[in-house]
Design a protein around this ligand. Structure first.
Ligand code: GRF
Length: 232
């Protein structure tokens, strides 16, 4: 992947990405930010896991990356204070959580209110927490997906910015379903970040205000699919 180029004209929003694992969502954001006119630039990444796969992605893309292992700290607060110090240096306009496996304190969330985005692998408010694909399959839902939302003090409960739906197919395992959702995540997160960075979506109190994003007509996902010729 070639490094992103900074655009001269409109100031693009500076983004820090926090991750703990393989970093595929961070990679999708980096890729999107290479496009001319994309309203955000990934300037910085942070991980709490020294061996995280995403580190390689950050380094290849030549973005500044900080690694602070939470296990080296006595308390959650002490680790978070170290993370915040790095963020103060990085000066992000927006913080994207991309598989960041640490719960943020109320103080952190308050400080960056309306600026922290997270991607969650379910159609919220269904299936908050972990093991979402397994739980969706066991519950027998026909449509599953991913959500990008602003982070507030609640677990996976902040205002929803954008969602992508995928069908659950007969014969799906947790893994095949996870792969289908992940593919959708990689399109959804760059889209959601662009909406926030460009100001088309913003937070007003605890509500989302959306401007200038007309819906495609006939965009419903039917699962099981409609019979051929019955598409409306
Ligand atoms: C994704 O499924 C995301 O929705 C969840 O954690 C996973 C991170 O995957 N929050 P990756 O590290 O971005 O590949």
């Amino acid at each position: 992947m070639a490094p992103q180029r900074a655009s001269a004209e409109v100031r693009r929003k500076r983004v820090s990405v926090l991750f703990s694992g393989r970093g595929s969502n961070m990679a999708s954001l980096l890729m999107a930010a290479m496009a001319p006119g994309y309203p955000a630039i990934i300037t910085h990444a942070f991980t709490n896991v020294p061996g995280a796969g995403g580190l390689e992605i950050a380094r290849k893309n030549e973005i500044a990356v900080d690694v602070i292992d939470h296990r080296a700290f006595d308390s959650r607060e002490a680790h978070e204070a170290a993370v915040m110090a790095k963020l103060v240096e990085a000066k992000p306009d927006i913080i994207c959580l991309a598989g960041y496996m640490r719960v943020l304190s109320e103080g952190f969330v308050r400080r960056y209110r309306g600026k922290i985005l997270n991607i969650h692998p379910s159609l919220l408010p269904s299936f908050k927490g972990v093991d979402t694909h397994h739980r969706a399959r066991i519950a027998g839902v026909r449509v599953h997906g991913a959500t990008v939302h602003f982070v507030d003090e609640t677990l996976d409960g902040g205002p929803i910015i954008a969602q992508a739906a995928v069908p659950i197919e007969a014969g799906d395992s947790d893994d095949t379903l996870a792969a289908r959702v992940l593919e959708a995540e990689h399109r959804l997160y760059p889209h959601a970040l662009a909406l926030v960075a460009s100001g088309k979506v913003r937070l007003s109190g605890s509500r989302i205000v959306v401007s200038d994003t007309p819906h495609e007509t006939g965009a419903a996902l039917y699962s099981p699919p409609l019979p051929a010729g019955d598409a409306g």
